[in-house]
Write a protein that binds this ligand. Structure first.
Ligand SMILES: [Cu+2]
Length: 344
C-alpha cells in the first residue's frame, strides 16, 4: 500500500515543482542549482528533501474548544506577501497576515463579540457564514483605517467559511481573504485528533520582482495555477501529518474556492461519518469521497487501519496535481505528546 501510494504521488509532486520552475522569470532560473533527478531527492517518494529554508506550514491542528460563552475576537486586515508553493511568494490580501486567516472556534449558542480593523490601503469587509445577521450592517465595506464592531450568536454548529465580501468578491477571495470558523455542538463531539483544512485556489502572474499577483483572466477562465490546502501547494505532502494507527481522526474541511469544488478523499480510508456543513442531522456513513462546495464545509471522521502514508486529496485530480494533496503518516505505538508533523 505504502509503496503504491508513494509511486502514485511522485508525478504529481514533480509536476507541481516543474510548473513552479517554468513560471519563474528566466533571470531567476539561471541562478538556480539544477534539480537532481527523481527519485534520488525524493523521500519515500512523496516529498522532495534538501530544499532551502522556507516558512513552516500552517499548523493543521484544530484549536482547542473553548469553555467561554463570550468570545472577543479581533481580526486585522493587511496586505502582505505569503508563500503559496515552494519558492513562490504571492502578493496577498489577508486576515491577520496569513492565508487562510486564523481558525476561529466557538460553541453553539456562544456570543461572538467581533471587531474588524482595516489596516490596508483599500476597502475590505468580512462575511461570517456562521452568523445570522443583516449583511448591510455587519458586512459593509471598511475604508482604510476604519473598523467595525458587532455581536452575533453562533446558533448552528458546523464548519463554516468566512471571507471578504467586497466586490468583486472573486478577486478578494482569490487574493487570500478567507478562513474557517468551527461552531461545536453544545454537547460536543466524541474525542478525536482534529485537523482543519481550508481548500482554495491561486491564479497568478509573475511580477517584476519575481513574486506573484492575481491574474484576473485566469480567475475568470477557472484556470488556477495552484489548488491548495491551508494556503500552500502540497505542503502536507512535504511535511506529513503524524497520527496513530486506529485513533479517531476528525477533519474540518472548508472550501474557500473561489471556483473549484472539492472532492475530499483520504486514500486508503473510508469515512465512518461525514457531516455535511457540519450539520448533526443525517450524517453520511461509510462513504469514500464527498463534495465540499465552494463556500461550504464538511466534517469528516475516519481511522487509519495500519501504519503507512495516506494521501488526502481533492479527487478532482487536476486540482490534486496543482497542489490539493497532503499526507497522513500513521504510526503504531506511542507518539511524543503534541507532535503532529514530521520535523526535518
Ligand atoms: Cu477584501
Amino acid at each position: 500500500m505504502c509503496r503504491h501510494v508513494a509511486l502514485w504521488l511522485v508525478p504529481a509532486i514533480l509536476l507541481v515543482a516543474c510548473r513552479e520552475r517554468a513560471q519563474q522569470p528566466s533571470s531567476q532560473r539561471q541562478t538556480e542549482t539544477p534539480p537532481t533527478a527523481a527519485p534520488a531527492d525524493v523521500s519515500h517518494g512523496e516529498a522532495p528533501v534538501g530544499v532551502g529554508a522556507e516558512p513552516a506550514p500552517i499548523d493543521p491542528v484544530a484549536p482547542a474548544r473553548s469553555t467561554s460563552r463570550l468570545h472577543r475576537l479581533r481580526i486585522n486586515i493587511s496586505h502582505t506577501k505569503v508563500p503559496i508553493a515552494a519558492g513562490v511568494t504571492y502578493d496577498a490580501w489577508t486576515f491577520d497576515n496569513r492565508v487562510p486567516g486564523p481558525v476561529l472556534r466557538v460553541t453553539q449558542g456562544d456570543t461572538v463579540d467581533f471587531t474588524l480593523v482595516n489596516r490596508s490601503p483599500m476597502p475590505h469587509s468580512l462575511d461570517f457564514h456562521a452568523a445570522e445577521i443583516a449583511p448591510n450592517r455587519a458586512y459593509r465595506n471598511l475604508m482604510p483605517r476604519d473598523s467595525i464592531h458587532y455581536r452575533f450568536v453562533a446558533r448552528v454548529p458546523g464548519a463554516f467559511m468566512y471571507h471578504c465580501g467586497t466586490a468583486p468578491v472573486a478577486l478578494h477571495i482569490a487574493n487570500g481573504m478567507y478562513g474557517a470558523i468551527i461552531v461545536d455542538p453544545r454537547q460536543g463531539r466524541p474525542a478525536a485528533r482534529e485537523f482543519v483544512f481550508v481548500q482554495s485556489e491561486f491564479y497568478t502572474k509573475v511580477l517584476g520582482d519575481s513574486t506573484r499577483a492575481i491574474d484576473w483572466d485566469k480567475l475568470l477562465g477557472l484556470a488556477p495555477d495552484y489548488v491548495v490546502f491551508n494556503g500552500r501547494a502540497a505542503v502536507y505532502a512535504k511535511y506529513p501529518i503524524r497520527v496513530q494507527v486506529g485513533e479517531p481522526l476528525r477533519m474540518y474541511v472548508v472550501n474557500a474556492g473561489p471556483n473549484r469544488f472539492s472532492a475530499f478523499h483520504v486514500v486508503g480510508a473510508i469515512f465512518d461519518r461525514v457531516f455535511q456543513d457540519g450539520s448533526l442531522a443525517h450524517p453520511l456513513e461509510g462513504v469514500q469521497t464527498v463534495t465540499v462546495p465552494v463556500g461550504g464545509g464538511a466534517i469528516f471522521e475516519t481511522r487509519l487501519v495500519e501504519a503507512g502514508t495516506y494521501p488526502f486529496v481533492s479527487h478532482a485530480f487536476a486540482d490534486a496535481t496543482k497542489g490539493a494533496v497532503g499526507m497522513f503518516e500513521a504510526q503504531s505505538g506511542a507518539m511524543p505528546a503534541g507532535e503532529t508533523r514530521r520535523q526535518r
